[in-house]
Design a protein around this ligand. Structure first.
Ligand code: PEP
Ligand code: MG
Length: 531
């Protein structure tokens, strides 16, 4: 008889999900049983053919020459015998197909990443993409057909693959990752229950399972008593949500009558589909990197402008803070970010990358300046560490405005602010010429505590320590003393348990994942300033 089994991980996105397991194999955790060399040879050829078919289908749907060009580059690589001959040679000597292919491609990626020419360096990410595409096919995973109502299990999952899933009642369990990783942020925004840091080894497709995104538990083959308790919990949570929903349409006001502005963090207009603008005080953070993910070319000015306008239209005059591209770290963008950095979170990320790629940055600044004529737009720069970085952004914004004016294109100057998410910026906050500040607690915590935000084993260091609380209070006090607007848009802002600390520090504007709004408004109503 099937016996119930529990795998304990950590909570990453709240909610309960039930469904069959579906193991997403990234190749690295493959439980493939390797066959004889001839079978392995055939398996790799079949996986490469399937990957070529996937690419051909993508080319057909790409709709423009540039995207087709990038995809064609990957297809050409697949047809290049020089790329795969080492893999087939290793297979002939008895190495399993996945191991051989990964080793061959890793060697090529390293060569590309070390190239003198920036064009070839950029192509290393294409090769990594291609490597993973073939490895997934080798593991029998078809990316195009992931169900939204299963419990997906993987060692790790890039944001682009998460976004490809049509989520509808399912959940996600990862072996790695953490609650502040970007895929967890997406899961919270989409209401997808998620657990990280769980043992995901030895699981089988189709196993019935329950996933508790609050307790961080994955239950396999639940027995009748567990299933019943799970159903009760679901009902209880639905009741609590219904109570909190009573606060949704009202402004957030503390128990002693002070108004708190509650805004939302979004990754694009799709996150707004089920949200009523009248329920929030605006959009406190648009993470534009998701515009650049999971696609085959960078979005051009018109495309960006259309997306920004859709968000501004939705907001109907409420403030919308759009953050410039924060690629890098755990959000690589093929062809843009640098592959092979020894520590990507400490690497060329956010504003550091934008300033090194003014060609890409100026496109975004032009789109933003044009969008600024259609609503209450503010532009925010991520990962600023030095005042000079923000000054250079201002100069580039001036340049974009001057070029638009010279061409007779309508545009306006949006306020230019910055994230405070690097301790250097929090400590020297007065030195920055920012029109407004927004504290990014996710990164502020990881950089203050020297604890990677995607390391599940360091979850205790991801809680706001006295050092982090002091930095938050320091930035809030600077805002109060100078009249400069300070908000917080890290995930702490959506956690009712941390609300007293944030309000106590003096913050009165918080931005969070949309599903957190009702619970935070309810918690604001319970809070009173200390006499
Ligand atoms: C943060 O670091 O808190 C933040 C809001 O930015 P992101 O999570 O996108 O890095
Ligand atoms: Mg950040």
């Amino acid at each position: 008889m099937a016996i119930e089994e529990r795998r304990q991980g950590r909570a990453a996105a709240p909610g309960l999900a039930s469904g069959p397991l579906l193991i997403l194999d990234d190749g690295a955790t493959s439980a493939r049983v390797a066959g004889a060399p001839l079978q392995e040879d055939a398996a790799l050829r079949a996986a490469m053919a399937a990957a070529a078919g996937d690419l051909a289908a993508l080319v057909a749907g790409a709709g423009d020459d540039e995207a087709a060009g990038v995809l064609a580059f990957q297809m050409a690589l697949l047809e290049d015998d020089a790329l795969t001959e080492a893999a087939f040679a290793a297979i002939a000597e008895g190495t399993p197909a996945d191991v051989a292919f990964r080793a061959a491609l890793d060697a090529q990626v390293a060569d590309y990443a070390a190239a003198e020419d920036a064009y070839f360096r950029a192509r290393a990410a294409d090769l990594e993409d291609l490597r993973d595409r073939v490895l997934r096919r080798l593991a029998g995973v078809d990316d195009r057909a992931l169900p939204g109502d299963a419990i997906l299990v993987a060692r790790d999952l890039p944001p682009s693959r998460f976004l490809a899933v049509p989520w509808s009642g399912g959940g996600l369990a990862l072996g790695r990752g953490s609650a502040t990783s970007h895929v967890a942020i997406l899961a919270r925004a989409r209401g997808v229950p998620m657990v990280v840091g769980a043992d995901v080894g030895g699981l089988l497709d189709g196993t019935p399972a329950l996933l508790d995104g609050d307790a961080g538990t994955l239950v396999l083959r639940p027995d009748a008593a567990t299933s019943a308790a799970f159903a009760d919990q679901r009902a209880e949570r639905a009741e609590r949500r219904a109570f909190e929903a009573g606060f949704l349409a009202k402004p957030a006001v503390t128990a002693d009558g002070e108004r708190v502005r509650v805004m939302v963090n979004i990754a694009g207009p799709d996150d707004l589909a089920t949200l009523d603008p009248a329920h929030v005080d605006g959009v406190g953070l648009v993470r534009t990197e998701f515009l650049f993910h999971g696609r085959d070319r960078l979005p051009d000015e018109e495309e960006q402008l259309a997306v920004y306008r859709r968000i501004l239209d939705w907001a109907g005059g409420r403030p919308v803070t759009i953050r410039t591209l924060d690629a890098g770290g755990d959000k690589p963008v093929p062809g843009l970010t640098r592959p092979g950095e020894s520590n990507p979170f400490l690497g060329v990320r956010g504003v550091r990358l934008s300033l090194r790629r003014p060609d890409v940055f100026l496109v975004q600044l032009r789109a933003l300046a044009r969008a600024a004529t259609s609503g209450n737009l503010k532009v925010m720069v991520p990962m600023v560490s030095l005042p000079e970085e923000l000054r250079r952004c201002r100069t580039l914004l001036d340049e974009a405005l001057a070029a638009l004016a010279a061409a007779g294109v309508p545009a306006a100057r949006p306020p230019l602010g910055m994230m405070v998410e690097v301790p250097a910026a929090a400590l020297a906050v007065a030195a920055f010429d920012a029109d407004f500040l927004s504290i990014g607690s996710n990164d502020l915590i990881q950089y203050t505590m020297a604890a990677s935000r995607d390391e599940p084993d360091l979850a205790d260091l991801a809680e706001p320590s006295p050092a982090v609380v002091e930095l938050i209070a320091r930035v809030a006090a600077h805002g109060a003393a100078t009249g400069r607007e300070v908000s917080l848009c890290g995930d702490l802002g959506g956690e009712p348990g941390h609300l007293p600390m944030l309000l106590g520090a003096g913050l009165r504007t918080l931005s969070m994942a949309p599903p957190a709004v009702a619970a935070i408004k309810a918690a604001v109503g319970r809070w009173k300033a200390a006499p």
